[in-house]
Unconditional design. Structure first.
Length: 552
């Protein structure tokens, strides 16, 4: 199904969500385009045909109506060639883009008013569980899964090359004054299909758990990849809503260019995203703007002042960032410490009876237990903060909670190390798909959360207060996401807040560090003086109260 010739209404800022939403057993898709809030004309074009597995975005470049002409010519030629299902997908993609290039060049040479018109192109052919992408310029194709978003194409631009090489961040690339320059296009010079440095071809698996998004730079120049992923997840299962929501978001961010999206999702993408959201407790994403506005207000942090504001800050963070309830779909709640006949007297007894997807829910009280979670079983305080885990006096090497398998969530606990009853580790994580949410760790604890492998780990919305050791430690290639936590000190630090082992790469974002000196926040192990700049980069997306001179 094609978007067809663009309606004239596009030239008058009317939003157009294409009448091209489609569905098969495998893929559902939709496309939309809009001129934005600044441009009078829309020089973008798109096409999608689920039945044939063809998805295309074209962004025209040129004065007057020339960009519109270049984009229309390229779209029509590419679609016509791809519909002839001969040869391999890669050969068809290369030939289609080369034919379009040469036709745009011929038209530009023949019509003076269209001289110099060009376009950029991203096309995807989906067949037999694989996507073949042909790409020229700075439009993009993203692959999405329940675990995140990945840009499959490379921007053929000076700024894009630096971003892809990680010389500059995504945010810096989006703000760069040369971000719209490209060194590859369709239409400025004659090309053969196999010319080097012309068509970039990328192939990748495409499973029912994935989605893909093709877009013009009118979207990617205004929304970060994470913002795009959040919007997609919010509307997953409804492709027309995804397409329109992305366009609306680009316009709300300024709408400085035409914006076009083509979105396609596998049959299980929405369900997989929903499961991941429940496991990660990311209910706060329904209102990310409120959290971001709160955290980005420097006035708030200076007003709170040093440690006097930590309690209020913490309350605000928890109120805005608390995740979904600990229950997992289809699982049971096994109650510990309750008065009912089915209540368990100890956490260990409930865990022994638990099955995957069950939640062990603990009533308020103090528990002297070392907890080891089996696969798929979550542990939660019925009232967050009211369940206190402590070590027996005089026991060395005590670990409060161990999760070394998969799919565990630890929520609402208060882990307390005391004089004469210290803990070696509050929570040890050595598995996959692990979430620590709304947990407090304080006092005589050697390591608050110890992440020991490269599994999918999230530590969010938690508090680390006056620890005698490190709050977070990573080793064995760990790459945990550490988000929206509070690290607070009222006494001199003996260990850094975050201890990063060799070969590990935690993601620290939107955390509050209160009462720490700059040199006390992060330490690399073994110590590496050359890592200073990397540490500063790591801390850029965090917030600091008291003891620091570290502006944003």
């Amino acid at each position: 199904m094609s978007s067809g010739a663009p309606a004239r209404a596009l030239e008058h800022r009317a939003k157009v969500a294409a009448d091209s939403a489609a569905a098969t057993d495998a893929v559902r898709a939709a496309g939309a385009t809009d001129p934005g809030r600044v441009r009078d004309q829309n020089e973008d074009r798109f096409h999608l045909d689920v039945e044939r597995g063809i998805f295309l975005v074209v962004d025209g470049v040129g004065g007057h109506a020339a960009g519109e002409v270049a984009a229309t010519v390229a779209r029509d030629v590419i679609v016509e060639r791809l519909e002839q299902n001969m040869w391999s997908a890669e050969q068809r993609v290369r030939e289609a883009i080369a034919l379009a290039n040469n036709e745009v060049l011929r038209r530009a040479s023949a019509v003076p008013d269209q001289s110099g018109m060009t376009c950029v192109v991203t096309v995807a052919v989906l067949a037999a569980g694989r996507v073949t992408v042909g790409h020229v310029g700075d439009s993009r194709l993203y692959l999405l899964s329940a675990d995140g978003i990945h840009k499959l194409t490379h921007d053929h631009s000076p700024v894009g090359e630096r971003e892809d090489a990680q010389e500059i961040s995504e945010a810096e690339a989006m703000r760069h004054p040369r971000r719209n320059e490209v060194f590859r296009d369709v239409g400025s010079a004659y090309h053969e299909p196999d010319d080097p440095d012309f068509v970039e071809v990328v192939e990748a698996p495409f499973t029912p758990n994935q989605a893909m998004l093709l877009c013009s730079d009118g979207l990617s120049d205004l929304l970060t990849s994470e913002a795009i992923a959040r919007t997609v997840r919010r509307h997953a299962g409804d492709p027309p809503a995804v397409a329109q929501a992305l366009i609306d978001a680009a316009n709300e961010a300024g709408g400085t260019d035409n914006v076009t999206v083509v979105y396609a999702e596998g049959s299980r993408f929405a369900a997989a995203s929903a499961e991941r959201t429940v496991l990660a407790g990311s209910g706060s994403e329904s209102n990310p703007g409120a959290v971001q506005r709160l955290l980005s207000s420097r006035v708030l942090w200076f007003t709170l002042g040093a440690l006097a504001g930590v309690a209020l800050t913490l309350g605000l963070l928890q109120g805005l960032d608390r995740g979904a309830p600990a229950a997992v779909a289809d699982g049971r709640r096994l109650v510990v410490g309750g008065t009912g006949p089915e209540s368990y007297s100890t956490i260990a007894a409930a865990i022994a009876a638990a099955l995957p997807r069950d939640v062990v829910e603990v009533e308020p009280g103090e528990y002297t237990e070392a907890v080891v979670l089996p696969s798929g079983v979550s542990l939660a305080a019925r009232v967050p903060g009211s369940v206190v885990l402590v070590a027996p006096p005089g026991r060395e090497g005590w670990v409060g909670v161990t999760a070394d398998v998969a799919a565990n969530r630890i929520s609402g606990l208060h882990i307390s190390g005391r004089p004469g009853a210290s803990m070696a580790v509050g929570i040890r994580l050595a598995g996959h798909q692990l979430v620590v949410d709304d947990v407090t760790v304080e006092g005589f604890v050697g390591v608050g959360v110890d992440v020991q492998n490269d599994g999918d780990v999230l530590v969010r919305g938690s508090r680390f207060s006056d620890l005698h050791g490190s709050a977070i430690r990573t080793s064995a290639g760990a790459k945990p996401a550490v988000r929206r936590n509070v690290f607070a000190r009222t006494v001199a630090a003996t260990r850094p807040a975050v201890e990063i082992g060799a070969g590990t790469a935690p993601l620290l974002s939107d955390n509050v560090f209160a009462g720490y000196k700059e040199t006390e926040i992060v330490e690399t192990v073994p110590a590496a003086p050359a890592a200073t700049s990397a540490v500063r980069e790591l801390l850029q997306r965090n917030f600091f109260v008291g003891g620091l001179n570290h502006g944003r």
